[in-house]
Design a protein around this ligand. Sequence first.
Ligand code: ASP
Length: 725
Amino acid sequence: MKKTLLLLSLVATPVLAGEGKWTPQQVLELDPAWLRAQGLQLAPQKLWDPKRGTGLLAGTVNVGGCSGAFISSTGLVITNHHCAFGVIQEHSTPERDLITQGFTATERKDELPGKGARVQVPRAFTDVTAQVLAAVPQGADDRARYLAIERKQKELVAGCEKRPATRCQVATFDGGVNFTLVDAVELQDVRLVYAPPRAVGEYGGEEDNWMWPRHTGDFAILRAYSAPDGASAQYSEKNVPYKAEFFFPLATDGVKPGDFVMVLGYPGRTYRALLAEEMAERQARAYPRMRDVYGEAIRIMEEEGDKDPAGKIAVASNLKGLHNVYKNAGGQLAGLKRGHIVEKQREAEAAVEAWARKSGAKWGGALAAREALLAEQQSNAKVFEREFLLGASTRLARGPAMGTTLGRLAAERVKPDLERRPEYMDRELTRIKDRLEREQKNLFVPAEKKLLAAFVKRAQALGPDERIAAVDTHFGATFDAKAVAAKVDAMYAGTQLLTLAERMKMAGESLAQLEARKDPLLAFGLDLAKEQAAMDDAGDRRAGAVLRLRPEWRKAVMAHAGKPVAPDANGTLRVTFAKVQGYAPRDGLVATPQTTLAGMLAKETGEEPFVVPERVSSVAAAKRFGPWVDKKLKDVPVNFLADADTTGGNSGSPTVNGRGQLVGVNFDRVWENVANDFGYNPEVARNVNVDVRYVLWMLDQVENADALLRELGVRKGPPVAGETR
Ligand code: ASP
């Protein structure tokens, strides 16, 4: 008993106020007095009550890899414009271009269903570490270890998903120190309610992405629907708005510098637990290669898209994704260098090592594990170039990428469900088919052909030990621009992969049937699929080694810290506590934490990406601020900064005040903070949020979205006749 108490008081206060993406369970372990001192006015149990398996955190939803939040009891979800982009694109045509114009559903019946759009509402977190680890047979080698763990995870997920409309995952924390079964309700009917014009949602475009000062209205509003009895259901006209038990009311007063905020959401991946040398490897190889390969793809897509308006829409979504990773990779490189992150990690590791040596035999295993991890990393470096390219192929030309998906699907489907790779299990089939269907919107053959030719050229340049056999077989081993172009033309001329109906038929065919089609582009995709499968098998062994080694080392690191250490992001629900504040981006400069409409107008050049749509600029220029003006700024705040510990996946996260009211929507980090994925630096750790008053100003003064504002409880008066929207 005494021991537990001692442990609790030791682990109660984190090292740095802003640092840490805390799990719901950890929030309850943090010192409540410390949380109160930070500014949390709610009892921590209000955020998450493990007994009931719910709390305010259940208002934070996962929106297809992004985050989002319920903002009404009637299923309204706020997220980022860039997270809802797929749905917006889906309903856009050159004649009715919602990407450019934006969209407001004036009535419920106008809301636009998103194919494959889903919202997951968290329900339970269960520690399954003992069960997972017990599944590893005595004496298992690394591959067997990995497969045993994976198998157990699949079984736990299958058991959990027996409940209808449930989506589960077993998440790995701290490299395998802990495994948690995450259980969520999945809502499958999600519709677009409001999207600003792209020039607002993306104001500043790539130039401003990952930057401050910022003036971007990166928000959109969706609505989740359920069957009339409240159960999750596929799209149907009979469905009704989902009744959200927990939601974040809008804080119409917004925030001011110095205010406490928390950002809740689903941060994707961070790498703070990597060894310094593993970080150095990313710095030396992975990010430069991303810049190189994705930079080329971006140039191709832009050039080709510029020649054709329909092509421009088709490439828009992928282009946006690539731009984001491309610039992010640049930010990682700049930040790793500027923050001396690898060096700092080396020092931190040396301190743990010295401490472990002093502690005697107890941590001997941890030290050995670290050495072994270093050796693993060195052997991985040898296969890097080939594996990077094989992996990247899924992001480049859509044709071969779809062929690869079909090949892998067919090869996996013949196995019993629990023996397949997780991505091809039955529970994924609908998603895979949705994706294969949605790809139709992304197809633009001129860009496709150039992307494929560029990929082939790169693969043909690989060293003798790194060949991609599919490329050698279909295109020959040495690059000849004309021959490759001719081959690519022939592949696209002779394929049925790009025809939706045919492709959907292929999705149900066996490998033999697919091969018998003698479709040249598909055949190339099928061959690539085989190599990807082999690469994944090799990856399993490596992952098994890491699962054996990393926890040993991490346990030593955590014991040495003697304070709570928030685990690296892994796509699960987290909370970060922060303050609204500016920062000094570099020597001699101080950035204030808020921007305004006046700043937005001042940035306007009349040329993309700094064009403000007339219906927005006229209201802003006339200073029609409505009630959304900030008294101090004498203007409507557009974006604000806080020192929340966020990463990719936190896009669309609700930023809430100490009372649990929404004050903003997180959408980005500042340039100097991109590399916080590798280490938190309080001086530059700033996330970028849309101020809720900008959201309200847009809806109110610009769009006059009366019904929506009433539903959000910010415009008085009776609801729209006949229904409460
Ligand atoms: N902009 C990011 C995203 O796309 C958010 C971030 O990385 O901070 O998820």
